[in-house]
Design a protein around this ligand. Structure first.
Ligand SMILES: *[C@@H]1O[C@H](CO)[C@@H](O)[C@H](O)[C@H]1NC(C)=O
Ligand SMILES: *[C@@H]1O[C@H](CO)[C@@H](O)[C@H](O)[C@H]1NC(C)=O
Ligand SMILES: *[C@@H]1O[C@H](CO)[C@@H](O)[C@H](O)[C@H]1NC(C)=O
Length: 408
C-alpha cells in the first residue's frame, strides 16, 4: 500500500515550485520521437497545444491527438527540444511513448476437461477441487465490462449476444479481434462455459493490432473513450502492462476511471519481476492481479510484490478463441488471472455493491495465507467467489446433532 502511495506522489503531475521544469519519464524502450505530454489538471488543452507550436515552431512539433482524460497531448518532436517542452507552463510531465505488452502466452496444448480447474478453484478455500464451478448471485447481470485489449470476436457462442464491439484505436477499424487475446480474456470474465460472470455485458475496446502490438498512446485513446462513453455499473480491465519504466499517463488513466465509478482491474505483468515497476499494475486504485498456478503457487512468469492485491488462476486457462464460433484455446498469464477478478467484480456490482467498496471487499473475502512457495513480498491472497448456497457442503457441528452451513 505505502509503496503504491509513493508513486502517487511521484506522478501526481503537480509541480509545487513555479519555474521548475516538468519531470521527464524515459522508457527503456522508447519509440523515437513519440511522446505523451501530460497537462496540469486545470490546463486548457487547446491553449497548451498553441503554446507548444509557438515555442518550438510549428514545423518542429506535431500534435496528433488531444485527449481530455487523462489530459495528454500525443506529440511527435525531436528529443533535442525536450528542455523547451518541459519548461512550458501547463506541462505537468512528459513521458516517452513505448510499446505495451499483452500479458499472456501459450498455445493449444491440452484437451480441456470441464469444469476447468480455474473456475473450480476460486469457489472453494482449499484443495482438492470438488468439481463444482457455480457461483452465488445473478451472474453479473446489467454490469458493463470494458476490455482494453485486442477487441472481441463477435458471435462466439460463449458470449450469447452480450458482447459489444465498442472502440477501435485505428480510425475506420472494425474493432473485431484478429489476435485472440481479447476474446480469451472476455470469455473468462463472462463466457457461458468458461466465464465467471455469465450474465454480464462485455465491451471490446480495441487498443492492439492483430499481432498484439500497442503503445501507451493507443491505450490512452481507449481510456479516454471509456471515460466519455462508459455505462454503469462499470468494470474496466487492462490486458496490457507497460515496460519497467512505468507510465504516469496510464496510472492517471486508472484514476480518471475510478473517479467515474468504474472498478479497474490490472494484470500484474508476466516478466517474473516486481509488479511495482509496471503500469497500470502499480496504480494504487487498480485491483492488481498476479497469476496463480495449479496447486496454489505463483506462476513462474507472473510478476510479484507489494503492488499485487490478489492472485487468481493464470496457468493453462481454457477459454474462447477467435477463429470460429466454437473455437477455444489454453493460455497462461496475468491477463487471464485478471479476467477472473473482472468477473468477480461484476458479480459484486450486480448485487448492488458500490464501486468504491469492491476492491476492499474482494481482498477481505480472499483466501489468505494458503499459498505455497516463494511469494517475494506478495500478499498471500487468492480470489474467492462464493458458491451458490445449495452447493456449499454442510459440515456437522463439533457438538450437537445440528448441521451448520458454512458461512457464505
Ligand atoms: C442470469 O440472469 C437470469 C435472470 O435474468 C437468471 O435467471 C440466471 O440465473 C442468471 N444466470 C446466472 C449464471 O446467474
Ligand atoms: C526487472 O526489472 C529491472 C528494472 O527494469 C531490470 O533491470 C531487470 O532486468 C528485470 N528482471 C527481469 C527478470 O526481467
Ligand atoms: C474446444 O474446441 C474444439 C474444437 O476446436 C471442440 O471440439 C471442443 O469440444 C472444445 N472444447 C470445449 C471444452 O468446449
Amino acid at each position: 500500500m505505502s509503496y503504491k502511495l509513493i508513486f502517487i506522489f511521484l506522478f501526481s503531475g503537480v509541480r509545487f515550485i513555479q519555474g521548475d521544469p516538468a519531470p521527464y519519464y524515459p522508457s527503456p524502450f522508447p519509440i523515437d520521437g513519440l511522446f505523451l505530454i501530460g497537462a496540469e489538471a486545470d490546463q486548457d488543452l487547446e491553449e497548451l497545444k498553441k503554446s507548444l507550436l509557438l515555442e518550438l515552431g510549428g514545423a518542429n512539433i506535431k500534435i496528433s491527438r488531444i485527449l481530455e482524460a487523462p489530459p495528454v497531448l500525443l506529440a511527435n518532436f525531436d528529443k533535442k527540444y525536450m528542455d523547451k517542452v518541459l519548461n512550458i507552463p501547463g506541462v505537468a510531465y512528459v513521458e516517452d511513448d513505448a510499446a505495451v505488452e499483452l500479458q499472456a502466452g501459450g498455445k493449444k496444448f491440452e484437451e480441456p476437461v470441464l469444469p476447468e480447474w480455474n473456475l473450480d478453484r476460486i469457489n472453494q478455500r482449499t484443495l482438492p477441487l470438488d468439481g463444482n464451478a457455480d457461483y452465488a448471485g445473478n451472474g453479473g447481470k446489467d454490469v458493463h465490462i470494458y476490455l482494453l485489449d485486442t477487441g472481441i470476436y463477435k458471435g462466439h457462442e460463449e458470449f450469447q449476444g452480450k458482447e459489444i464491439i465498442s472502440f477501435d484505436f485505428k480510425a475506420g477499424g472494425n474493432g473485431i479481434d484478429c489476435n485472440g487475446h481479447g476474446t480469451h480474456v472476455a470469455a473468462i470474465a463472462v463466457g457461458k462455459k468458461y466465464g465467471v460472470a455469465k450474465n454480464a455485458t462485455v465491451h471490446g475496446v480495441k487498443i492492439c493490432g492483430c499481432r498484439g502490438h500497442s503503445t501507451k498512446g493507443h491505450v490512452t485513446k481507449g481510456i479516454n473513450w471509456i471515460t466519455r462513453k462508459r455505462r454503469l455499473p462499470c468494470v474496466v480491465q487492462f490486458g496490457i502492462a507497460s515496460d519497467e519504466g512505468g507510465s504516469p499517463t496510464l496510472d492517471n488513466g486508472v484514476k480518471e476511471l475510478t473517479d467515474l465509478d468504474c472498478v479497474v482491474v490490472a494484470p500484474a505483468g508476466n516478466n517474473g519481476n516486481d509488479s511495482c515497476l509496471v503500469s497500470p499494475a502499480r496504480s494504487q486504485e487498480a485491483i492488481t492481479v498476479g497469476a496463480l498456478a495449479k496447486f496454489d503457487y505463483i506462476h513462474h512468469n507472473s510478476n510479484w510484490g507489494k503492488c499485487i492485491d490478489i492472485f487468481a488462476p493464470g496457468q493453462s486457462i481454457m477459454s474462447a478463441w477467435y477463429i470460429s464460433t466454437y473455437d477455444n484455446d489454453t493460455l497462461s498469464g496475468t491477463s487471464m488471472s485478471a479476467g477472473h477478478v473482472t468477473g468477480a467484480v461484476a458479480l459484486k456490482l450486480s448485487s448492488g455493491m458500490k464501486a468504491d467498496k469492491v476492491k476492499a471487499k474482494l481482498i477481505k473475502e480472499s483466501t489468505k495465507s494458503k499459498m505455497h512457495g516463494r511469494l517475494n513480498g506478495s500478499p498471500s491472497r487468492m480470489l474467492y467467489v462464493k458458491p451458490p448456497q445449495d452447493k456449499v457442503k454442510s459440515k456437522p457441528k463439533a457438538h450437537g446433532g445440528n448441521v451448520k452451513k458454512e458461512e457464505l
